[in-house]
Design a protein around this ligand. Structure first.
Ligand code: DHE
Length: 559
């Protein structure tokens, strides 16, 4: 964990105990205060993302001690108390067919028992985080006037990769031309994503602990120039990209508290916080509608903000931050990740636990379609290509099914007019060796389509990536065993091959080999044309690499 992140997380948890005291349920198993503190930390780091801080469920199941709901006119009840410690221990240790992963290789038997007991208690409610709290956390390390006036290094910035070193709480900037690690910087805990300023000069990261950093790549070596905290649990940031607003604003979304924040794009000075609490598309109040993906429009001065539990998609107009205008579009519940179609007009976002993809027309500010898909779509940002039979398609893999879905998207180009009848339909499902896909990727210059499967329970599948030939999609994909190709010694924990990412030229694909915290991990680079291994970047500092963001492709939404 980074030195920036550690004391702040500890501080937030201290606040949690004071403001949101856990009330022990009468029948919940006993726990000491120390056990509760330890369990609270594990819950935040490992469980809250899927189940929610209030444990009302989203991608994961509801984990309240007791719940009741009405389905088809019938009242049903459930809860962790009903399941009891033994059953909960088994679920945590071995996972479920519903998509819960096994934790027996991540947590010790004692920790599994601790968590099984903890979730039978009433959830802890962490403190709110106000604009004033953000301002108090703001650290402007180098004012804009004191930063370089021009690029002070010779690195080809557009081909740099920002790589999350998850459990180290660090970010590696790797030179995409030389494959050398340029610099490793401290960030928030488990940086979730990096995004690029519209100019390509600044890298923004957001940690799971809400710490946001801005890194200036114009220095001789990349330098963190400001940090700010958004809340206590976060996943997304993006910049203002519309002409005239380049590098002007940054927006960040939090899981806790459920809100989004707007900051100055170069200094991170906090400007505004907007809560997302409210009604779901089903008309129920939700106290914890978390902000999932956020993306900046290229065609309007707007961000698309996807609110997970309510299923509401907000188009936030940033031309007047004081008098903020938002358009709220109803879609489907449990919005998660997504990306643009090839025209950059439609934003395609997975409503993952609803098994749907929502397409937002950012030109008209309306929902264009809600598309039924296979179980638990998880696109990352998705991948666009021209299908030989169906024309332009955007694609998503699935966590819960062994397919990749190809969805036909509209185009203004007359040569694609003949495909109109297919628009917003799943036109083909590509067969994968199993479920557990997280990310798909291709590039306009490539004929290959890459899909990973890191959440598959089979080692062989989770450690491989699968490459389809887009000229002949009837062929089975080529399996590349990334763990074997890395040449690293075998390890006890599965080394998950995750998130294919292209270089700027579109001729190399970089894969993270995400090992255990004490294992040697690596970035494995393949030649996209020949599918031959090109380079393995490994170093003791390359700890648990996950997301990789090529500067040019991220700036321009090339995927
Ligand atoms: Fe992610 C994207 C949330 C687990 C790696 N992840 C996203 C986005 C969200 C999200 C909302 C979209 C951000 C955007 O575009 O603005 N992720 C969550 C979760 O809630 C979840 C399920 C559980 C959690 O507690 O975080 C989760 N994610 C993971 C992982 O386990 C991964 C593999 C490793 C990690 O770092 O924890 C992981 N998520 C990623 C990556 C992206 C991402 C690499 C960006 C993909 C891209 O190409 O843009």
């Amino acid at each position: 964990m980074s030195t920036i992140g550690k004391p702040l997380i500890a501080g937030l948890f201290a606040g949690m105990s004071m403001l949101g005291m856990a009330v022990a349920h009468a029948a919940a198993p006993d726990m000491t205060a120390e056990e509760k503190e330890a369990a609270k930390k594990i819950y935040f780091e490992r469980c809250a993302g899927c189940h929610g801080v209030l444990r009302k469920g989203a991608t994961g199941k509801n984990l309240e001690p007791h719940w009741e709901k009405t389905e088809d006119g019938k009242k049903i009840e459930g809860g962790t108390l009903k399941l009891g410690t033994k059953r909960l221990e088994n679920i945590i240790a071995f996972g479920t067919e519903g998509g819960m992963v096994n934790y027996d290789d991540i947590l010790t038997a004692e920790e599994i028992n601790l968590m099984a007991r903890y979730i039978q208690h009433t959830p802890d409610i962490p403190p709110e985080f106000s604009l004033q709290d953000m301002k108090d956390s703001w650290n402007l390390i180098v004012p804009v006037a004191e930063r370089p006036k021009k690029q002070m290094n010779k690195v080809n910035l557009q081909n740099v990769f920002a790589i999350t070193l998850r459990d180290a709480g660090k970010l590696a900037l790797v030179d995409g031309d030389t494959h050398e690690i340029w610099k490793i910087l401290d960030t928030g805990y488990a940086v979730h994503i990096s995004r690029l300023s519209a100019s390509g000069r600044y890298v923004y990261t957001v940690g799971r602990d809400g710490l946001t950093t801005i890194i200036d790549m114009w220095y001789p070596e990349p330098t963190t120039v400001a940090t700010v905290r958004l809340g206590s649990d976060a996943r997304s940031v993006d910049v203002s990209k519309f002409k005239g607003y380049e590098d002007k604003y940054l927006i960040g979304g939090t899981y806790w508290p459920p809100q989004y924040s707007i900051m100055d794009g170069e200094t991170l000075e906090p400007m505004k916080v907007v809560s997302t609490r409210g009604q779901t598309v089903d008309g129920e109040y939700h106290p914890e509608p978390r902000v999932a993906s956020i993306v900046a429009s290229h065609i309007k001065p707007e961000w698309v903000v996807n609110v997970k539990e309510t299923g509401q998609i907000m188009l936030v107009d940033y031309t007047d931050i004081k008098n903020l205008k938002t358009t709220t579009i109803e879609s489907a519940k449990f919005l998660h990740d997504g990306g643009w179609d090839a025209s950059h007009r439609y934003f395609m976002v997975a409503a993952n636990a609803s098994n749907k993809v929502a397409a937002v027309d950012t030109k008209t500010g309306k929902l264009a379609a809600l598309i039924d898909t296979a179980k638990i779509p998880h696109p990352g940002r998705g991948a666009n290509f021209v299908h030989p039979q169906f024309g332009p398609v955007w694609s998503t893999g699935h966590l819960g099914d062994d397919v990749v879905s190809l969805i036909s998207t509209p185009s203004d180009e007359s040569k694609y007019a003949k495909y109109k009848e297919h628009n917003w339909k799943v036109v083909q499902e590509l067969k994968m060796p199993g479920a557990g896909n997280l990310f798909v990727k291709t590039h306009p210059k490539s004929k290959h389509f890459w899909a990973d499967a890191p959440m598959n329970p089979e080692r062989e599948v989770a450690e491989s990536v699968y490459v389809f030939d887009m000229n002949d999609l009837s062929k089975a994909p080529t399996q590349l065993n990334v763990a074997k190709d890395s040449g690293l010694p075998e390890s006890k924990a599965i080394r998950r091959a995750v998130q294919p990412e292209y270089n700027k030229a579109g001729d190399e694909v970089w894969i993270s080999l995400w090992g255990g915290k004490t294992d040697q991990s690596a970035i494995v680079i393949y030649d996209d044309k020949t599918l031959k291994l090109k380079r393995v970047i490994t170093d003791p500092a390359v700890v648990t690499p996950t997301g990789k963001f090529n500067v040019f492709n991220t700036m321009n939404d090339v995927y």
